[in-house]
Design a protein around this ligand. Structure first.
Ligand code: NAP
Ligand code: HSE
Length: 428
């Protein structure tokens, strides 16, 4: 029998316990598939005496994840605690320094320290694998790094935060507002300990920055992601967008342009009949476009015990099989520091305006748009509410700069009664 692959697992929460369960329940399958047993030598978490619903008595216990990461009987350090700094970073660095391979689900750690950790790993001949860090159970890192390795990637986009997609799709389905659905998601245990990571777009931004690095051969640049969360999305926007044939999604888009790398994670409109438009609930979807393959759409569970542990096991099996490649698909030293695109690629925009119901109001608005170089594609006016006329506009593709000039001019008129809402419409 071949030598077992011996794991040290730090973090026994949702993901960690999911990993332990698969290793316990699928031992024979894992041995058959990798040609060697996959075993657990030692574990760590904050609290030792906690009933975690599985038998952990056969594994050595370490209070300190750094000590766990350095143990002689550990070949692969599995970091499932979370956090961009603190014990997750210290123990990962310690594992690499001690010559261990690392598997992690921690997107925050890699989004902020991915380049340094990749350089450390590759200098020592180790690998870091992190399939579970992006879109949970969807094997998107593998798809980009392996299956699509022969393509120049032109664009990566997707819905990468299940909590936000749950809130947005439930707003449309139930007619309830953002705050009520935020509370519902919280009761269901969907939200991160710091909810702003989810609804502020940060968690999804971390994920997008990792995909960008693999797709475009660039150093991870989370600070270069233009971020906006879903907090300002109102029920009115959801209903009105639906009426115009769109759905609102927290959408990540990364593309290399002649102006530099564009990375955006923000609420956008997508056609309701597109695969992204039809994505319901907590599910994730990643769309990858390559010069040879065209468009590839991956869909699946982006979170939860089973799906996330499934992705962690995929990485562990690769290491057990001796299958190794650089952290971001090409040597870390060859990743470029791409300039950030200072402006987004032109796109159509959806505008919702509250206009005073008086002669010439609409003429003022259309003339402001015309003067700013923004062309109107579609327009709809709804029944007046008191003396206010709600007006929806869809523009032709325009730059954000031109649009902002028009929006400022509109706010300075005496006919616009509230701050106009503008949402980008993404071509998908
Ligand atoms: P979790 O349920 O909160 O579990 C975290 C675990 O880490 C707990 O067992 C905790 O110990 C342990 N821990 C925390 N700080 C520690 C420390 N200083 N020293 C030792 N142990 C410590 O988290 P999770 O949902 O499993 O997430 C783990 C990682 O997977 C995170 O990076 C997360 O972003 C990522 N991820 C999660 C999901 C998901 O669906 N949950 C999906 C994709 C990626 P105690 O149990 O004793 O408190
Ligand atoms: N909080 C994340 C989400 C799950 O809602 O998608 C972990 O990536």
């Amino acid at each position: 029998m071949s030598q077992p692959l011996r794991l040290g697992i730090a973090g026994l929460g949702t993901v960690g316990i999911g990993v332990v369960k698969i290793i316990q329940h699928q031992a024979d399958l894992l041995t058959m598939r990798t040609g060697r047993p996959v075993t657990i030598s030692a574990i760590s978490a904050r609290t030792r005496n906690k009933d975690r619903g599985v038998d952990l008595s056969g594994y050595a216990w370490e209070d300190d994840p750094v000590a766990l990461a350095k143990r002689d009987d550990v070949d692969v350090y599995v970091e499932l605690m979370g956090g961009s700094n603190g014990p997750a970073k210290a123990s990962t660095e310690a594992a690499l320094a001690a010559g261990k391979d690392v598997v992690t689900a921690n997107k925050a750690l890699l989004a902020l320290h991915g380049q340094a950790l990749a350089e450390q790993a590759e200098a020592g001949g180790q690998v870091i694998r992190y399939e579970a860090a992006v879109a949970g159970g969807i094997p998107v890192i593998k798809a980009l790094t392996e299956g699509l390795a022969g393509n120049a990637i032109t664009r990566v986009m997707g819905v990468m935060n299940g909590t936000c997609n749950y809130i947005l799709t439930r707003m449309e389905a139930t007619g309830q507002g953002y705050n009520a659905l935020f509370d519902e998601a919280n009761k269901l245990g969907y939200l991160e300990a710091d909810p702003n990571l989810d609804v502020g777009g940060i968690d999804a931004g971390h994920k997008l920055s990792l995909l960008s690095s693999i797709a475009f051969g660039t150093q991870v640049d989370f600070d270069g992601v233009e971020l906006e969360g879903i907090q300002r999305i109102s029920l009115e926007d959801i209903k009105d967008a639906a009426d115009m044939g769109y759905r609102v999604k927290l959408l990540g888009v990364a593309q290399m342009t002649d102006r530099g790398l564009e990375q955006r994670m923000s609420p956008c409109l997508v056609p309701a009949d597109s695969p992204l438009g039809q994505l319901e609930g907590g599910t994730n979807m990643v769309v990858i476009e390559g010069d040879s393959v065209g468009q590839v759409v991956l869909r699946g569970a982006g979170a939860g015990e089973g799906p996330t542990a499934s992705a962690v096991l995929g990485d562990i099996c690769d290491i057990a099989r001796g299958y190794r490649y650089p952290v971001f698909g090409q040597p870390a030293a060859s990743l470029t520091a791409a300039p950030r695109a200072k402006s987004a690629t032109p796109a159509p925009y959806y505008l919702r305006l509250a206009l005073q119901d008086k002669p010439g109001a609409l003429a003022k608005i259309t003339s402001i748009l015309g003067e700013a170089g923004v062309s109107i594609h579609r327009m709809r006016q709804y029944d007046h509410q008191d003396d206010i006329a709600p007006v929806l506009l869809v523009t032709h593709a325009t730059t954000r700069t031109e649009l902002d000039v028009a929006l400022t001019a509109m706010e300075n008129t005496d006919v616009v009664t509230a701050k106009p809402v503008a949402l980008r419409i993404e071509t998908v």
